[in-house]
Write a protein of this length. Structure first.
Length: 71
């Protein structure tokens, strides 16, 4: 596999992780906003917080893992 193909796949994985986190945050907001009972509201808030954590940490961790070693 060429370096260009590998770089493109890794970039795509980082973008997909950001989109998945964004979709999770939107889902959590919808759940928290439409819920009338306390438990679904708390679940929605927990999903939003987990998605925001994922958006903040996962792409950076993947980029760090795949960084070209200095030599």
């Amino acid at each position: 596999m060429s370096d260009d193909v590998l770089a493109r796949r890794r970039w795509f994985a980082i973008v997909v992780s950001r989109l998945a986190g964004t979709a999770g945050a939107v889902f959590g907001l919808l759940l928290a906003g439409r819920a009338e009972a306390l438990i679904p509201k708390l679940l929605g808030i927990a999903i939003v917080l987990a998605a925001l954590l994922m958006i903040a940490t996962l792409p950076r961790a993947l980029a760090r893992r795949w960084r070209t070693p200095e030599s």
